[in-house]
Design a protein around this ligand. Structure first.
Ligand code: GDP
Ligand code: CA
Length: 319
């Protein structure tokens, strides 16, 4: 692989799970992975079976090390589920599925957290062991949990998303613990020192907002606004997966990159929107966010790399 001469540029990416990880796959094909720092969402984290589950960090970890189950969208490719099947037979609720190999990672993380390691230290160790070349940092080592208000009451993230299959309309979102949380070590530096801060095409409400909810984060990213390029997860009036479109609707926004621009206007100077939404570029710019129009649907490696290059260009870096 040939990397352009710009490998010395430092790139920091705010990312959720699958949308974030796909974007990162393209990015590490066009820049040196060692120049990339990912700030990952922990709002989806949950304690289950006595284990700390970190779905978005693990999606990035598995995707970038080749273990992700692309077809299913979660967990480890080719994994079996014997442990959870046994647990279910023994009366465990077992609605959150962790495959056998995935459980192995959770045991390794539990061992580290149990001897007092921080989530960021445990994440670094697991990433190193799996051969992860970019730097993956949780937004915070502290407990921060996305909570969603629905007609069924206030639900924790995984109850809403996995157990109830994100079928409940969401009328409000809050991040429990955010006020007391501190950015994990290295996070603020990675934002301050980056040549480019990218906001992956991740759900703005439940992937990006919980990262920005850590005190100091929104200000830190806003201070770099002219170097911040976001990618719209909304294309042609829909989300490519997950509840982003439904959330925009139920929270009173149009299902459009214009809404994404308004939501991110304080932190992002530029929004990459899909060619299908080219006609909306003027409305994005009316929200005081520069619009860059390109193909943003990451259907294959070539499309992922092209999107990564478009983000580098939009951020003023050679691509
Ligand atoms: P999650 O944590 O696994 O739900 O994933 P993210 O929050 O990182 O990403 C979910 C968002 O990614 C959804 O809103 C999708 O619309 C968006 N997304 C997924 N694939 C693509 C793609 O190829 N292009 C764009 N522009 N957005 C995408
Ligand atoms: Ca997620």
């Amino acid at each position: 692989m040939i990397w352009p001469a710009m490998t010395a540029s430092r790139i920091t990416v705010l990312a959720g799970g699958v949308g974030g990880a796909r974007f990162l796959q393209g990015l590490v094909d066009v820049v040196a992975p060692e120049s990339v720092t990912v700030i990952g969402n922990v709002g989806d984290d949950v304690e289950l079976y006595g284990l700390h589950v970190s779905p978005d960090l693990d999606t990035v970890l598995y995707t970038l090390t080749g273990w992700h189950d692309e077809a299913r969208g979660w967990g480890v490719r080719g994994d079996t589920a014997r442990a959870l099947e046994r647990a279910a037979r023994l009366g465990a609720e077992a609605w959150f599925r962790l495959g056998d190999l995935d459980l192995g990672l959770h045991l390794a993380r539990a061992e580290r957290l149990g001897r007092g390691e921080s989530l960021s230290a445990a994440t670094a160790a697991l990433g190193h062991a799996l051969g992860l070349r970019l730097r993956l940092l949780p937004a915070t080592d502290d407990r921060l949990r996305t909570m969603l208000t629905t007609p069924a009451g206030e639900l924790d993230f995984q109850t809403y998303y996995v157990r109830r299959r994100h079928a409940d309309p969401v009328s409000a979102i809050r991040f429990d613990g955010a006020e007391e949380a501190r950015p994990a070590p290295g996070v603020l530096e990675a934002i301050a020192e980056a040549d480019l801060v990218a906001v992956a095409p991740s759900n703005p409400f439940i992937s990006i907002a919980p990262i920005l909810a850590v005190p100091g984060m929104r200000e830190a990213v806003a201070a770099r606004r002219e170097r911040v390029v976001a990618v719209s997860p909304i294309v042609a009036g829909a989300a490519l997966r997950g509840p982003a479109a439904a959330m925009l609707r139920s929270l009173g926004h149009p299902v459009s990159p214009v809404a994404v621009a308004r939501l991110l206007a304080d932190v992002a100077g530029c929004l990459v929107v899909d060619r299908a939404d080219a006609a909306l570029a003027g409305d994005v710019e009316a929200a005081d966010v520069r619009a860059a129009v390109t193909d943003t649907v990451m259907r294959d490696g070539r499309a992922r790399r092209a999107l990564a290059r478009a983000v580098l260009t939009a951020g003023g870096l050679p691509a």
